[in-house]
Design a binder for this molecule. Structure first.
Ligand code: FES
Length: 124
């Protein structure tokens, strides 16, 4: 498990990202950080997202959410591209994060293999 300080730093970084940017015209990635998400490894997923987006210099807004009622599919993350449906990916491992970032965020193709839900544009 990561140290508390490390998590605090990560959280501060996320908050800075959130306040400095307009969320609506950016790619948004939301990670489920409820108790079950954390137990299933959501922190590692969050760190993998930060690492991949920094490495590839991709401009995204990364944020956290709590319980969304899909415990059995944790860890989960949502990708919302401007003007596109919101896609929820589940049962993820760290290595799946890179695939989602390359295929969905860079190439614009939903990774159906990991997709567990789709919310049409305009839905919340
Ligand atoms: S406690 Fe797991 S999704 Fe709510």
């Amino acid at each position: 498990m990561k140290s508390l300080n490390e998590l605090k730093e990560l959280r501060e970084k996320l908050q800075k990202n959130m306040s400095a940017r307009d969320k609506s015209d950016k790619v948004n990635i939301v990670v489920g950080m409820g108790t079950c998400g954390i137990a299933a490894g959501a922190r590692k997923i969050l760190q993998a997202i930060m690492k991949e987006t920094e490495k590839r210099n991709i401009d995204v807004v990364v944020s956290q959410t709590g319980c969304i009622g899909m415990c059995e599919k944790e860890p989960l993350l949502d990708v919302k591209m401007p003007g596109k449906d919101r896609i929820t990916y589940g049962n993820l491992s760290e290595k799946d994060v890179e695939k989602i970032i390359v295929e969905h965020i860079i190439n614009g193709k939903v990774v159906e293999k990991f997709a567990v839900a789709r919310l049409e544009e305009g839905g919340e």
